[in-house]
Write a protein that binds this ligand. Sequence first.
Ligand code: ADP
Length: 188
Amino acid sequence: MFVSTILTTRSGLVVWFTGLSGAGKTTLVRALATLLQEAGYPVEQLDGDVVREHLSKGLGFSREDRDTNIRRIGFVANLLAKHGVIVLVSAISPYRETRAEVLAAAPRKLEVFVEAPLDVLIQRDVKGLYAKALRGEIAQFTGISDPYEPPLHPDVHLRTDLMSLPECLDHLLAALERLDIVVKVSHQ
Ligand code: ADP
């Protein structure tokens, strides 16, 4: 009885944040993870850049290598989600078909499109990468010299140039509540 209560109220899912570099994926994942952890939910973060330093060390930025990286992240995310974890993935994940493939295997999923116009991202240039890419010092840079395929029907669409971080978090929490995954988590 006790176990079944936990399973029904705490079933896992994969929340997949996709978007260009600097759009706000990592910032949102960290903030959402903190809120959910403070409310007692089991949460794990999988960041594309971090995974590239471990599980995907040595992979490059060809379509094949990018897809391999995303499939590895998807595999781990889905395993965790099956065990009740809320898995927050932040990865550029530029290819629509590959995102659809890994999310199709998730027990439950939310696809979150994190977006800001390219000129805003170039102005933010959080990691200094856009300046380098525009000077031609980084090849295959998504949005500049490599493709990005935006989701056609994301579950949540966040324009981070138009919405504040707290507003974005409200949209994410509302989406989790609609799925009956999270109940009454709020922030100031
Ligand atoms: P990504 O993980 O997509 O590469 P980051 O989260 O590292 O992007 O960087 C996003 C930058 O945009 C941060 O400097 C963050 O403070 C800023 N930002 C401004 N508005 C927002 C917002 N509404 N949501 C998330 N990030 C925002």
